[in-house]
Unconditional design. Structure first.
Length: 433
């Protein structure tokens, strides 16, 4: 198929347009890459870059005004932190440490006060630098628009004996002080280092603490069908352990509940920490009678790489997370899976179950005889229940099995008789035709 001239011209024009757009996009990308190397600034400012993986360390940078002469500076940093911490500044990680133009540098901490909101100690860290050459040098081969000054470290404070004081988790904020910070030119003219919303740094120093267990309880209950696999016996008891875990600093690495018998034998249930809310309470089923002890055992990691493994955890009061003298006494289960209250003897448990089913305060024996008399007159609708209800009641109450079978046999015979009558009626109808 041949294309006419108008179609050809249209296709060529579209190709030219696509090539032009692609070229412009490529040039724009190159320009963006170049612009990443140098930042245009209308004024000097201080900014921070945290060191990855260590919230106690942050690098400090001076971003310099493009056209200003900058040879020296003084920078005031306001550091908000808990009383158990102090701040240090390391010039050796910065770029001024290797400059020949450096005349001297020093830093000092001063003017401590209390933050009214956080309650933390606020410390002013003042940095000074005096040089004899331009810091923001601009030549055909070099364009310096920022310089790394050094690294701030938040470290434990010292006590009177020069020992580290006990540290705790703390909010930390660092921001420059515009009322103090300035750059100075070669002719000793000052220029204010301005601050903005991005001219600050904040973080949370989290000290890993040992997890705690509270509200630890254990109860003994009868086993029901849902506690064991299909086909397994429900004879016996289960111990149900409930508790709460406090692990605000995410130090916990493993958790398990142990059930210890009088001989020291241990049954263990391991808890999935990723599904903690659905793992508790913990049930130990098919437990032998006796006295048991419950323990909540965990492994966790503290700061400094300190690891603790398989230790009985503590409660918030400092006691061990364990319970003693858990007494297990089996209760009998009915065929319907109902359970009696735990702690009763086997005999009293069975009696209680029968009384609840029969709906009377009489013993199970009297209930059985009553059911037997009623079932012997299945057609008496005025005084007794229907045959079907008697069967259900007999099964529920565990009445005399012979009575139950008599009723079942009677129903079967009635059904057979009705079927025979119907067959005869059908046969008569056919014979008449």
């Amino acid at each position: 198929m041949k294309l006419n001239n108008k179609v050809k011209i249209f296709i060529i024009a579209m190709l030219v347009a696509l090539v032009t757009i692609a070229g412009l996009a490529f040039a724009h990308n190159l320009e963006e890459r170049k612009s990443e190397d140098v930042v245009t600034r209308e004024y000097s400012s201080v900014y921070f870059e945290p060191i990855s993986g260590d919230p106690t360390k942050v690098d400090v940078y001076l971003g310099m005004h493009d056209t200003a002469s900058i040879a020296s500076f003084q920078i005031g940093l306001e550091i908000d932190m808990a009383d158990c911490y102090d701040s240090t500044f390391d010039w050796t990680t910065g770029e001024l440490n290797n400059l020949d133009t450096t005349k001297f540098k020093e830093f000092r901490s001063s003017e401590q006060r209390r933050d009214e909101v956080t309650g933390n100690l606020v410390e002013n860290l003042n940095l000074y630098y005096v040089g004899t050459g331009e810091l923001n040098e601009l030549t055909s081969t070099k364009d310096v628009d920022h310089i790394k000054l050094g690294t701030i470290s938040i470290v434990p404070d010292k006590d009177a004996q020069n020992e580290d004081v006990p540290v705790r988790s703390s909010f930390v904020a660092i921001k420059p002080r515009e009322d103090f910070s300035k750059t100075i030119s070669l002719s000793h003219e000052p220029e204010i280092i301005k601050t903005n919303q991005n001219s600050s740094y904040s973080t949370k120093i989290t000290i890993k603490e040992a997890p705690m267990i509270d509200n630890l309880t254990a109860s003994v209950e009868a086993i029901i069908e849902g506690d064991v696999a299909n086909g397994q016996s429900t004879d016996g008891s289960k111990v149900v352990v409930n508790f709460e875990v406090t692990d605000s600093t995410n130090s916990l690495t493993a958790l398990e509940v142990r059930l210890v018998d009088e001989k020291g034998n241990v049954k263990t249930k391991t808890i999935d920490l990723q599904n903690l809310n659905n793992e508790i309470p913990v049930s130990f089923v098919k437990i032998e009678e006796g006295t048991y002890k419950v323990q909540v055992v965990g492994s966790y990691t503290l700061d400094g790489g300190v690891s603790v493994s398989n230790e009985v955890l503590k409660t918030s009061s400092g006691a061990d997370a364990e319970l003693s003298d858990i007494k297990v006494i089996h209760t009998e289960e009915t065929n319907s899976g109902g359970s009696s209250s735990s702690g009763e003897s086997s005999g009293s448990g069975g009696s209680s179950s029968s009384e609840e089913s029969s709906g009377s305060g009489e013993s199970s024996n009297s209930g059985s005889s009553s059911n037997s008399e009623a079932s012997s007159k299945p057609d008496n609708k005025g005084k007794g229940d229907s045959v079907g209800s008697k069967i259900i009641q007999a099964i529920k109450t565990g009445a005399n099995l012979s009575v139950t079978w008599v009723i079942v046999a009677l129903i079967v015979l009635i059904i057979i008789a009705v079927a025979i009558v119907r067959m005869k009626n059908k046969a008569k109808g056919k014979s008449k035709h």
